[in-house]
Design a protein around this ligand. Structure first.
Ligand code: SF4
Ligand code: SF4
Length: 340
């Protein structure tokens, strides 16, 4: 159990996050020419090798700190609201705390996605001091198997450490689809997350080729039960998944490249983790004109897209500014990987 002091500190930080969040939402409604969320990759290497994952290697070196500082500063210059640090496994980066501090120093919200394996109390305290505001761990199964070792059995102790020491918000994401063996595991994981005082969400995952397999009956049943457990706010912003679970397309405007940027370890701006290579412009050359163009560019992969953070970000502008396909002479968007 966390101490009374920790609980009080958490409440104060949570209230401050809410106020800053409200300001960011207001800013997002007033102007469309700045990113709301950028994903940055300080480390492509991962200490795990989940079978469905196409976002890691086992050789990359950490991106040098000065390079990460320049990228963070450039995102601040573009008036980015929130930065999510992921990978690979970001906790493998030896100077992660300094990167988080730089994000906060620039007035942006700092979040991180990790597999949780390297979490220990001392590491959590360092993340508290650096100013991390939220953290997400995706847990795929109860017991490790051939597909994934991100298992409740292995990670439960880490979750207890977070419940005890973390000042930041923790969300546990469980998954269905993508070859995960036992759909019931998602429910066990979601219930454990709520028991420990975290929020809990469910994701539908693609396979190693980025393709979406339709959910089987049992997976769909678990998906709907999990939805009932999700906090109301998450249920609302993740409603696009209801169609995906039924294998139906979504009608929406993907604002990737405008409101959402994915910055790879080489410092290139991509639409998202599943469409690396488009537009692939170096971040230091990315301008407000690029943001405006991509904001208005229709993405042909949108109907079956599962990239939840881009769906969530794009909701803000879903009611305005219809998109057009990019003129063929200027764009390679017709080459985008099609998610079937
Ligand atoms: S832990 Fe995350 S980044 Fe690493 S292989 Fe698994 S899904 Fe990919
Ligand atoms: S629709 Fe989905 S897959 Fe396509 S660019 Fe947008 S976020 Fe990426």
């Amino acid at each position: 159990m966390p101490s009374t002091r920790t609980n009080l500190r958490r409440k104060l930080k949570s209230a401050s996050r809410t106020v800053r969040g409200a300001r960011k939402v207001l800013g997002a409604l007033l102007s469309t020419d700045h990113p709301l969320l950028a994903h940055i990759i300080p480390m492509r290497r991962c200490n795990l090798a989940c079978k469905y994952c196409n976002e890691y290697d086992d050789v990359s070196k950490p991106v040098p700190l000065e390079t990460m500082f320049r990228r963070v500063d450039k995102l601040a210059e573009l008036r980015t609201s929130v930065i999510t640090i992921s990978g690979g496994e970001p906790l493998l980066h030896p100077e992660l705390d300094e990167i988080i501090e730089r994000v906060r120093h620039n007035g942006m919200v700092a979040g991180m996605i990790t597999n949780g394996y390297l979490i220990v109390p001392e590491r959590i305290q360092r993340l508290n001091r650096a100013g991390l505001e939220w953290l997400q761990i995706s847990i795929d199964n109860v017991n490790p198997d051939d597909v994934s070792k991100k298992s409740l059995k292995v990670l439960d102790k880490k979750l207890q450490m977070l419940a005890e020491h973390a000042d930041f918000h923790v969300n546990i994401n469980s998954v269905v689809g993508g070859g995960v063996c036992n759909p019931q595991d998602a429910l066990t994981i979601g219930k454990r997350a709520l028991e420990l005082g975290f929020s809990s969400t469910i994701g539908i995952i693609h396979d190693g080729q980025g393709q979406l397999q339709p959910l089987a009956d049992e997976e769909r049943r678990v998906y709907h039960e999990m939805k009932a457990l999700e906090k109301r706010s998450f249920t609302r912003i993740n409603s696009f998944q209801d169609n995906i679970a039924l294998g139906r397309p979504n009608q929406w405007r993907c604002r990737a490249g405008g409101r959402y940027l994915y910055i790879c370890e080489d410092g290139l701006v991509h639409y998202c983790s599943q469409q690396r290579g488009y537009p692939a412009i170096p971040l230091e050359k990315y301008t407000v004109d690029d943001i405006r163009r991509e904001y208005l560019t229709e993405k042909s992969c949108a109907p079956h897209c599962t990239v939840s953070c881009v769906h969530q970000v794009s909701i803000v502008d879903g009611w305005r500014d219809p998109q057009q396909p990019a003129p063929m002479a200027e764009s390679r968007t017709s080459e985008l990987v099609q998610i079937e």
